[in-house]
Write a protein that binds this ligand. Structure first.
Ligand SMILES: [Fe+2]
Ligand SMILES: [Fe+2]
Length: 356
């Protein structure tokens, strides 16, 4: 089992808590749920509503009248709840009763949970199909306006993990494309799918390498550098995504100055999706707390990117700077560092974040 898989299975185990809280706003009215609902009474969990009964407006009103806005599900029902959320995400995100910040939270948590499942079982076609649906929901959410993006951006600044990184990269890539004037729905959708899955090849990197906190040897780094091609292999096996969506998976570590990998391509040989994802991938990596470096501020991360001559598409980098705008200075550094690989800049001519 690789480190990523171990992380995901331990994460799944952590979900097997006896009970998991869920917010009332996530439950669609008049829908029959696939899980039992519990309430906490006198510090005891009591079955409130069986899975076979519809959750009605009257049910919701009664709960709110009694000051209850959090219910519980059994830990073993977390998977059913995740699927319910995904199925109803568009309706939940379109709800006029739900504040934008809560919508952002629901979308983000739901996305992270799905990416965990994708990494745990990356060749399972159903997981890739669910990822595509999730990208559609994210696009529907982001078109609600800049506030929607800012709310998601605020959440992305809280934690780093491989799956939160994937969600962040997807969100930022969609926003950057929009900022740069790309509005064609197919373009946006194909980009989002590739961005969400850009690091899926890391699921094939060995446990020993991914869990290493000291410097990687040259040989180990050569293995890490294979994750873009492994990502393509994984995704081809399920044959669920379009040809365009493969580009950011394969080319997100390519740099315009030909110092990237796996093929040292210059700009003319890379796809526009790859150039977009290269920017947001580096940015998210640099603004995250890592075992080898503290999170940079968004301002400092941009400064580093501008200083890397010809590494990033200059027009896209300018658009990204405008996108972050004054809000970029207000974002607090990310927290909760997670173990990851250390790449030695001097030895390999790449920054630590080139492995992200
Ligand atoms: Fe990567
Ligand atoms: Fe990445």
């Amino acid at each position: 089992m690789t480190t990523l898989q171990a992380r995901f299975s331990s994460s799944s185990k952590s979900k097997q808590l006896p009970f998991v809280p869920i917010h009332l706003e996530t439950l669609r009215l008049d829908a029959v749920l696939d899980f039992d609902l519990y309430v906490k009474r006198d510090r005891q969990m009591t079955l409130y509503r069986g899975a076979d009964l519809p959750f009605t407006e009257q049910t919701q009103r009664k709960l709110l009248e009694n000051g209850v806005d959090v219910l519980f599900i059994a830990g073993a029902a977390s998977g059913a709840f995740q699927r319910y959320l995904e199925k109803n995400l568009d309706v939940i995100l379109a709800s006029p009763d739900l504040p934008a910040s809560k919508k952002a939270g629901i979308l983000y948590e739901s996305s992270k949970a799905l990416v965990e499942e994708v990494f745990a079982n990356p060749t399972y076609g159903e997981n890739i199909r669910r990822s595509k649906d999730l990208v559609s929901s994210t696009i529907s959410y982001l078109v609600q306006g800049r506030d929607a993006f800012i709310n998601l951006l605020k959440i992305t600044n809280v934690n780093y993990s491989t799956y939160s990184h994937s969600v962040n990269v997807c969100t930022l890539a969609l926003a950057l494309a929009n900022q740069a004037g790309y509005t064609d729905p197919k373009f946006i959708y194909d980009l989002g799918v590739g961005a969400l899955l850009h690091d899926v090849g890391k699921s094939k990197v060995s446990d020993r390498i991914l869990s290493k906190t000291s410097r990687l040897s040259l040989k180990e780094f050569e293995i890490v550098k294979r994750h873009p091609e492994w990502g393509i292999d994984i995704l081809r096996s399920s044959n669920e995504i379009t040809e365009e969506s493969y580009f950011p998976v394969l080319q997100h570590h390519e740099r315009g100055n030909r110092r990237g990998y796996p093929h040292s391509l210059d700009f003319s040989a890379t796809h526009i999706f790859s150039r977009i994802v290269a920017i947001v991938d580096s940015f998210d990596a640099m603004t995250s707390d890592r075992v080898y470096q503290a999170a940079m501020s968004p301002f400092d991360a941009l400064r580093v990117m501008y200083a890397e001559t010809d590494a990033y598409d200059p027009n896209l980098l300018r658009s990204f700077t405008v996108l972050l705008g004054p809000d970029s200075d207000q974002n607090s550094p990310k927290s909760e560092p997670e173990q990851d690989i250390e790449i030695v800049s001097d030895t390999f001519g790449v920054s630590n974040d080139e492995a992200c």
